[in-house]
Ligand binder design. Structure first.
Ligand code: NDP
Length: 333
């Protein structure tokens, strides 16, 4: 039947990212399509049903989402709620026997990440993390440069992601328990980039968290700077902020350099190399490409492009940065 052609996706959490990027992306995908919604906001239901032709049988609340187990229309459940709730609903989706896509950052700590991985393994379903950059052509090119040492071995990385903005009171991005703060929200981009641009895992981590607007950021960081040391003394300097607009990934190598500026924009990633090569932006819809790649992996029974371990490794670094920042503060007092 229909299922043989495209896999059915249910979006869990109909906020800004689901509405603005994922649902539109799922209108462009070849291997999957939007078929269901899980929401805690009844007023959103008719709007989404009308816009995307979603039948009553494919509409769930967080309390009824375990009933997805009885719905063959849905193959994949995409968790797009605040980060502090990723583990809870990812596990619920896995236990309903559905493949799980979980947004970045994967979860609050390593234990939560591992519990998602365990639940998907136990239920024999796939797990992928919503790192769209790892599907992006120019990003893949620089990953290959590192692997093949096209410009020599990587000697250092500088990377930052942030925007200058305000969050309204009550926004989960200001709430520590729900996974707010610049480091979780935006910091995983430079962390992930430091790892994919070196193709190595760090052996030492340090960092410092701060805020210039304590009236807004009293529970979470507004800004975090960090340093990752990789084997061979290769250093990555990273920064992330809700108070400063930035979007860069600069890589130095023994025989040259290259960059991606911006390195994580929806509208395209572009860069240049020390020998004058341009890496022009790719016009394709990033989220559509990400979801199609991962849907095809499921259809073909292959491992996901961005498995759960990718999310876990970044969260381990996030926690080490937080710990380092706390220790430093203790030393000053
Ligand atoms: P929003 O605040 O816009 O939406 C979150 C949605 O989650 C809400 O609309 C709500 O949907 C649901 N929700 C369930 N419980 C809660 C709760 N306790 N508090 C608030 N919302 C709740 O967030 P975003 O859409 O921007 O982000 C969602 C996730 O997507 C995050 O993990 C974020 O990191 C990730 N993201 C990823 C991006 C990427 O480029 N990969 C870009 C942007 C976000 P409902 O009313 O339907 O229940």
């Amino acid at each position: 039947p229909r299922k043989k052609e495209k896999l059915g996706v249910a979006l869990v959490g109909l906020g800004g990212y689901s509405r603005g990027r994922l649902a539109p992306g799922l209108q462009k995908t070849e291997h999957c399509e939007l078929r269901g919604i899980v929401t805690g906001s009844p007023e959103k239901i008719p709007v989404w049903q009308n816009k995307y032709n979603i039948p009553d049988a494919n509409v769930y609340s967080y309390d009824t989402m375990h009933e997805l187990a009885n719905n063959d229309d849905i193959d994949i459940v995409y968790i797009v709620v605040p980060t502090g709730l990723h583990a809870k609903y990812s596990i619920r989706a896995a236990e309903a026997g559905k493949h799980v896509w979980c947004e970045k950052p994967m979860a609050m700590d390593v234990e939560e990440c591992q519990s998602i991985i365990d639940a998907t393994n136990k239920n024999g379903v796939q797990l992928s993390i919503g790192y769209r950059m790892q599907h992006e052509p120019n990003t893949k090119t620089i990953m290959k440069y590192a692997e093949e040492e096209t410009y020599g071995a990587v000697t250092g990385v500088k990377t930052g992601a942030g925007y200058n903005g305000s969050h309204p009171e009550g926004d989960w991005r200001l709430d520590a328990e729900l996974g707010g703060g610049a480091l979780y929200d935006m910091g995983v981009y430079p962390i992930n980039a430091a790892r994919y641009s070196t193709q190595m895992e760090p052996i030492a981590v340090s960092g410092k968290q701060s805020t210039k607007r304590p009236e807004m950021f009293h529970e979470v960081d507004e800004t975090t700077v960090f340093e990752l040391e990789f084997p061979g003394g290769v250093m990555a300097q990273g920064e992330t902020s809700f108070g400063k607009s930035m979007n860069y990934l600069d890589v130095d190598c023994t025989d040259g350099w290259y960059n991606l500026r911006p390195f994580q924009s929806y509208s395209g990633v572009q860069g240049e190399t020390s020998d004058g090569m341009q890496l022009p932006p790719d016009p394709n819809h990033q989220q559509a490409r990400q979801m199609d790649n991962e849907a095809l992996a499921i259809k073909e029974g292959r491992a996901p492009i961005v498995p759960g371990s990718e999310g876990l490794k970044d969260i381990r670094i996030v926690r080490a940065i937080m710990e380092s920042s706390e220790k430093d503060e203790a030393r000053i007092e």
